[in-house]
Design a protein around this ligand. Sequence first.
Ligand SMILES: Nc1ncnc2c1ncn2[C@@H]1O[C@H](COP(=O)(O)OP(=O)(O)OP(=O)(O)O)[C@@H](O)[C@H]1O
Ligand code: SF4
Ligand SMILES: [Mg+2]
Length: 672
Amino acid sequence: MIMVAKAPQKKEENLIERVFGADGLVAQFHENYEYRDGQIKMAEAIARSFDEKKHLVVEAPTGTGKTLAYLVPAIAQSIRTNKRIVISTGTKNLQEQLMEKDIPFLQKIMPKKFSAAYMKGRSNYACLYRIHKGEDQPILDGMDEIDHFREVREWVRETNTGDRAELTNLPENLSFWNRINAKSETCIGQKCPDFEPCFITRMRAGAENADIVIVNHHLFFADLNVRGNQFGKVIPDYGAVIFDEAHLIEDIAADYFGFQVSNFRIDELVRDAGELPISDAIATTAIMKTSARIVGISEQFWIRFTQARGQEGRYPLSPDAFAHRGSDGEDQPTALGEACHALDNAMERLETEVDVYSEKIPEAESVVRRIRQTRFDLDFIVKQADRNFVYWLERRGRGVFLQASPVDVSTLLNEKLFDKVETCILTSATLSANGSFNFIRDRLGLTAGKTNTLAAQSSFDYEKQAIIYLPKVMPDPRAPEFPQMAAAEIVSLLQVTKGHAFVLCTSNQSMTALYELVSSRVDYPCFLQGTMSKTGLLEQFRGTPNAVLFATSSFWQGVDVRGDQLSCVIIDKLPFAVPTDPIVAARSRFIDENGGKSFFDYSVPQAVISLKQGVGRLIRSTTDRGVIAILDPRLRTKSYGRDFLNSLPRMRITTELDDVRSIFPVDGDVAV
Ligand SMILES: Nc1ncnc2c1ncn2[C@@H]1O[C@H](COP(=O)(O)OP(=O)(O)OP(=O)(O)O)[C@@H](O)[C@H]1O
Ligand code: SF4
Ligand SMILES: [Mg+2]
């Protein structure tokens, strides 16, 4: 029973023992119960941090059962203090797993009742108002879309959630979804005639009544960034937050604390302005004319970026891209700066023309709000005045995205989150580097005095279950002969393990090169990332005997293949972030300018954490066995190689293929 206790810490420990102990509730109800010391230590540390009103950074290896380890003390704390607790996950998949599996399990076994709700980003939900409007206005192209729209319309009458994940029969990339979803930019809030039945209103009400609210990092940081602002805030107030997969939060926070303007954003704005229900013909004509002007200038503006940057990718914006200092000391706009100025003027004009209707037409008010925000964001990016931001550009498909991202999120996170919320728990299988949490704490702005830490031990016996193979001779990864030599090593390894392997690469280029070189030289079925969806590829891999999968970053983490099917993980190079990436370069510069050594303080620990994620794919249960091969010779030749090896679970290291054979039980063979 959870009660307000005089000695709360002791009480929580009792509860944890009652839930996780050898005769506890999990043992009684979980079909595969195992006593896991790391899980119990983690749950206790969380309960203690709640009591001490401190933050906690806790690393516990894959498969520890972290989910239950944080849910149990969180539920107890929420009931005890009557304050809501938010759980934020890195991915929607984990969010769904919590809601469908772990929460119902605990609702069954926990001694006191509790309620939980889950929230996704607003764009996952249908907007009733926009759907009703879509019935009168043409937003569709072609017969397929008309059919799909009809299905969506029928579905919104029945669904309780309005979550598009329920539309399993429709294609993932429904082109009109963006025009009928409930994103905050187009929401007209309290003025909406559908405000009451609105799915967002209902989702929010559900969360208001829940003890535990489950979100993902994207929603959490989008919300954190607009808290205190009347539009957009969706998560109800909370007493504590738990971040699972917390190694992802620096990058996600940087995305939401930044600014972005794209050609798509301006196109949508102009289109929505054109669809406003304004009956005055003269005003409509004026708006159309200004909109056409914006489209013309905007095209000229964006095309300059595509001409200058032929390929897709991320590039830094030059400091004098929009203006340069003339000989008289005054700033002179460049041609791009002139185009930007013209674009801003035209948008200002549209803002004035539409604002006349703001009082009468709620959508007009939201269009004006969006124009103002877009102009503000564009101005912020173009001025490049705030030295704490890095200014950059991304080309992706038909999109050009101008961006400003904070170089260092630690101050912002500290102010907005760690200083405001009493307890934040950050957990993941990979948070420490070389035995220390300093890296993650510094990157995120957690102060040592207010932050507890725990590295829970693995329940796997890595020394028995796995071996690390480092080839004797390999050239530097930048050498032209590296792919050939790496391919030869991979072929030899695959002969030993009979496939059953992931080849995890640090770039698409390397992945394709190795796939080409290896797949023709082995008899095992080889799969290549990108040829089908991630889920599809994983299904194929699991279901195909002796398969080999060549993949890049998205397969380094969150992928779970148990048993013999995955007995070999081959890593081509140490996963250092691309140094020329504008954000990476800016972060490194920032550290160097502040007296640090970016290579050792940032590049190495970041790569260590990524490597640990990749290595973590191999051993997923106490009966798994296998080999991790790292083909990058820097692990042995460079002094920092030690930092990588020290950060991995203790395993035997060999340079001999014969030793690799010995890890497999049956005559040195992998079961097929
Ligand atoms: N004490 C336990 N005994 C047996 N199974 C458990 C126990 N605790 C949790 N599990 C189960 O172990 C599996 C892994 O749990 P969970 O997903 O929480 O792992 P994790 O530590 O988050 O790992 P990862 O880092 O890979 O996400 C789940 O199927 C869960 O139900
Ligand atoms: S309140 Fe906003 S999101 Fe909800 S139906 Fe109305 S416009 Fe759509
Ligand atoms: Mg997990």
